[in-house]
Write a new protein. Sequence first.
Length: 188
Amino acid sequence: MLANFLVEYCSPTLAGIKTANLFNCQYGSHSRAELAFIIALWNRRLNSKGVSLKVLRFSRGNALIYVYRENQLKEDFKKNGVAEFLFSYGYDITNIQACIERLNKRICESESFPHEIGLFLGYPLGDVTGFIENKGKNSLYTGFWKVYCNKNETLKIFEKYKKCRKVYQKLYNGGKPLMQLTATAVAK
């Protein structure tokens, strides 16, 4: 079941063209412990490819699952202005796992998502700050996220993500195993 969610919601991350994705998964009749076991199994499989899964929140039979590439997240955090922005929210980007734990804590403390989550998903800093400054209104375009700058460039990225998901769904539904669809991280 989790494999279907990974293909549907995380294809760009599995392909290595997006830093991370986030999705809600109903665990219904399964317990949290069973879901944790399933996540641990997927982590054992996908970590060798540079992909990790983490439950960020449990709420009313749903688990919010974060699927990410740590190396890409490190690179994103090195982009101009990102470290300073995250520092203002209490993040120390020298420790990615501590950053993810801080994000986890901030998500659990609030009903809504903390605005900095966009940076953990690979969104451009300009779009994250644009969202904050405009209180989520006045975007130039809404797709995978609300766009406040570089609209034309971002539209090309959105098309790439859509195409990736479509190709992954076709291949997975045709019998290609998820592990074969997951790109191996490139060492830097």
